[in-house]
Ligand binder design. Structure first.
Ligand code: B12
Ligand code: SF4
Length: 456
């Protein structure tokens, strides 16, 4: 069979906000860039467009990516596409975590990374020899050009017009083993690095002024690869960037010289996984956080002293948490000096140690859709609270955290730190993270209200 065209689909969730979508289809941009230039390729992002599935037919190869919460949507889409005569390949987080669930309703599945399997899938489809399952969990080195974005893909996506924040990957993987983490199944436990020259070239070619790093634990490289980090920061310092954000753990505070270099490299804020303010949850946190509230405050102050903002990431519902965790967390966070806050409910994703344990204890709640696996719904029976106590306590906390007055307090505090030299560039970023979480919370609470009252 000769390929007519390749279409890559990102199922939608949030639509546009003020004209742009929040989730850039970076995964698909990378996969589209692996397609040989003589084969037409399109990216369809359901947040931006109605998907013209009726135009698909025989000879079309359709790749769909989906996290767990969007897998049901992907399934419905796959069925419609197959009815058109096109061929569907499913990949991404959920497929990697539970391949046996997905392979029943796609022509082929890609488990793990796509750098080697996706080009193979294209070749096999073209030769009429598509297999049903492709696996790559060997964690290909990122210094062989696999991460580069093609110009035709950048032109097609038009990222500055269509998306709020461009994404970029510089390193990938995390050697830790938090019991609730799925990212390590998707990106591996071996840290891999892109060549600094390649990263700089991509930032310049994409004309990026701001970006969000998709790296799961960029900060851990302060300890693992300090020379690489120094080289990276010195190179980024020369670029005309307004600011960028990265995920990290608390130990970045132990590296003052690298923090200074990071600030000069225009790093604006770290998303730091504090995870819990309850030391009883230590064993579930893979050695990176210990629920030590005194240390956490010191970390926030140290990182901020070096001119970098801190977004605190917290998870609620671990086995040592009781209903008191919510008022305690609220008081602590108010007083913590954090610039923004992300609160999530523990979510036992398939493929995690956590889920295996909860299943063995009969504590996973029955579900007929994966939609609730979005980190703000309770999907299991907590150890020391009822399901309602966890959900209501969490909603109570979110209402307080994302009230306009709290967002203003945290945002102004962050913005003041950049006064006067970088105040203009940092105006947007000082408030944007919290405002995004507020949108998400308001949307969720509205949906809950509608489902309870039957009104929309
Ligand atoms: C960037 C990111 C986001 C971005 C959006 C990304 C997007 N476009 O949807 C933001 C910040 C908005 C976000 C939000 C959320 N995210 Co997120 N996110 C990530 C992160 C950090 C990186 C993903 C990424 O772009 N990587 C870079 C690309 C190049 O790699 P990749 O996606 O892994 O793709 C490779 C392979 O997987 C494979 N592949 C993937 N798809 C396909 C398809 C085919 C056909 C083939 C052949 C191959 C293939 O090939 C690619 C190249 O090798 C991951 C963590 C991780 N490491 O996966 C979490 C992660 C995907 N997110 C997660 C979650 C839970 C969420 C939220 C629900 C969080 C929340 N509380 O709201 C929301 C959901 C939003 C939504 N609309 O879906 C979970 C998903 C868990 C699960 N089982 O589903 C992850 C794994 C993090 C975690 N907690 O463990 N996220
Ligand atoms: S530190 Fe982060 S990326 Fe690493 S295992 Fe823990 S949750 Fe996953």
């Amino acid at each position: 069979m000769t390929i007519r065209k390749i279409v890559l689909i990102q199922p939608g969730r949030d639509g546009r906000k003020l004209g742009r979508a929040t989730s850039e289809p970076y995964t698909l941009m990378r996969l589209a860039s692996l397609v040989p230039l003589d084969i037409p390729v399109e990216i369809w992002d359901e947040d931006l467009m109605r998907l013209p599935i009726e135009t698909l037919g025989k000879g079309d190869l359709v790749g769909i990516t989906a996290k767990t919460l969007l897998i049901d949507r992907a399934k419905a889409m796959s069925r419609r596409i197959q009815q058109q005569g096109a061929t569907v390949v499913m990949g991404g987080t959920h497929t990697t975590l539970v391949p046996e669930e997905v392979e029943g309703w796609a022509d082929a599945i890609a488990v793990g990374e796509g750098y080697r399997t996706w080009p193979q899938i294209i070749r096999d489809f073209d030769a009429g020899a598509l297999q049903s399952r492709y696996v790559d969990e060997e964690w290909a080195p990122l210094d062989s050009g696999v991460a580069n974005l093609q110009d035709r893909v950048l032109n097609m996506v038009d990222e500055h017009r269509n998306y709020w924040t461009p994404y970029l990957e510089i390193t990938r993987g995390c050697p830790r083993s938090c019991t609730f983490c799925t990212a390590i199944r998707v990106s591996g436990q071996k840290m891999r690095l892109r060549p600094v020259e390649e990263v700089v070239e991509e930032i310049e070619r994409r004309k990026l002024r701001r970006f969000f790093l998709t790296d799961d634990n960029f900060g851990l490289n302060f300890r693992l690869f300090p020379d690489y980090m120094e080289k990276l920061f010195r190179a980024l310092a020369k670029l005309p960037l307004d600011g960028w954000t990265a995920q990290a753990e608390q130990m970045v505070a132990d590296y003052p010289d690298l923090l200074d270099l990071a600030r000069e490299a225009h790093l604006d804020k770290f998303f730091i996984g504090f995870e819990s303010i309850n030391p009883g949850n230590r064993k579930e946190l893979g050695g990176k956080a210990r629920g030590d509230v005194v240390k956490s405050k010191q970390v926030i102050a140290t990182v901020q002293k070096h001119g970098i903002g801190v977004v605190g990431l917290f998870v609620y519902g671990f086995d040592s948490d009781t209903p008191d965790i919510f008022p305690t967390a609220w008081e602590w966070i108010k007083d913590s000096g954090l610039d923004s806050v992300s609160a999530t409910i523990l979510t036992p994703y398939p493929g995690t140690v956590q889920r295996r344990e909860l299943l063995a204890q009969g504590r996973i709640l029955p579900h007929d859709t994966w939609e609730k696996y979005n980190t703000n719904h309770v999907t299991y029976v907590p150890a020391q609270m009822t399901v309602e106590e966890l959900q209501n306590g969490y909603d109570w906390l979110c209402r307080r955290l994302y009230s306009p007055s709290q967002i203003a307090v945290r945002g102004l505090r962050a913005w003041k730190r950049h006064w006067p030299d970088r105040a203009r560039q940092r105006m947007f970023s000082s408030f944007s993270t919290d405002v995004g979480y507020r949108w998400e919370t308001a949307h969720r609470l509205r949906k809950t209200h509608e489902s309870l009252t039957g009104k929309s």
